[in-house]
Design a protein around this ligand. Structure first.
Ligand SMILES: Nc1ncnc2c1ncn2[C@@H]1O[C@H](COP(=O)(O)OP(=O)(O)O)[C@@H](O)[C@H]1O
Ligand SMILES: Cc1cn([C@H]2C[C@H](O)[C@@H](COP(=O)(O)O)O2)c(=O)[nH]c1=O
Length: 240
């Protein structure tokens, strides 16, 4: 999120409109964040009139009138692949802005399927809200676990690899109530693992309560997955 997907979609639609192309802009109906229902709105509040839908099929009976079909929030369209591919095969120019991954860095599968069907793919990045490097990932700041949770700055921030890993670990730690027997019983017996040892600086930053119990918790490798901050980024290159 915050990488400029909607900004780029709006830029391209306006450019085609300037070239007298008829453009249909579709947005996700479930995104009721903004007063003007259905409009596509960027995080810096640029707006463009759009048609709200829950599925792309809902728009099919009007698509014939347009040259360009632009879809925002493509990750929420359950029939994204089927209709984007069909309209493209019918000669429409189809533009899709979508998240490729969830807040857990899991794939939004239809979006990744579309990558192999598309002629062009642009992956945009935001600025890491913590360290100001390039940010390719989204961190959810609130505790909800469902994949779909509409929100903006109130619930999400863009983070780089290292800051995302660190924030996810901190969320996992803070979600464990140290006084709860169930939290304790789900832990593995403490294992000495060099790579998961907590530093004195990190220990000092933890809340007073339960500080001595933290070493038990971080010995559970499923909870602590933070890579070293020195780890390099993963760069993927696809060749067609
Ligand atoms: N961490 C951030 N990195 C980059 N841009 C940000 C960030 N936080 C807020 N913004 C603002 O968000 C705008 C991009 O918004 P938008 O196009 O809606 O992004 P997306 O659709 O990818 O979420 C930027 O132009 C900038 O003004
Ligand atoms: C990462 C992630 C995001 N969402 C939601 C949050 C926003 O409503 C949209 C993304 O909007 P943007 O145009 O990219 O700013 O998706 C979600 O439901 N689940 C997630 O994992």
């Amino acid at each position: 999120m915050f990488s400029g997907k909607t900004t780029e979609l709006v830029r391209r639609v306006r450019r085609y409109q300037a070239a007298s192309k008829l453009c249909l802009l579709l947005n996700y109906k479930g995104d009721a964040r903004y007063a003007e229902a259905g409009n596509v709105v960027t995080h810096d509040l640029t707006q463009l009139k759009a048609h709200p839908v829950e599925t792309l099929e809902e728009a099919h009976n009007r698509v014939w009138q347009y040259d360009v079909i632009a879809v925002d929030e493509g990750q929420f369209m359950p029939d994204l692949v089927e209709w984007a591919e069909r309209w493209a095969n019918e000669g429409k120019l189809v533009l899709v802005a979508a998240l490729d991954g969830t807040f857990k860095r899991q794939p939004f599968l239809p979006v990744l399927q579309l990558v192999s069907l598309a002629e062009d793919v642009t992956k945009l990045k935001a600025v890491c809200a913590q360290c100001h490097r390039e940010a390719a990932f989204t961190h959810r700041k609130s505790p909800e676990d469902a994949v779909e949770l509409v929100g903006g700055r109130d619930k999400y921030e863009a983070l780089c690899r290292a800051c995302h890993a660190q924030s996810s670990t901190e969320m996992a730690l803070s979600s464990i109530n140290l006084n709860s027997p169930s939290a304790v019983s789900c832990m593995h017996p403490p294992v000495k693992r060099k790579s998961t040892r907590i530093s004195n600086a990190r220990r000092a930053s933890l809340p007073e309560a339960g500080r001595e119990n933290r070493s038990k918790i971080i010995s559970n490798p499923s909870i602590l997955q933070s890579p070293s901050r020195r780890r390099r980024s993963l760069q993927a290159v696809t060749i067609r």
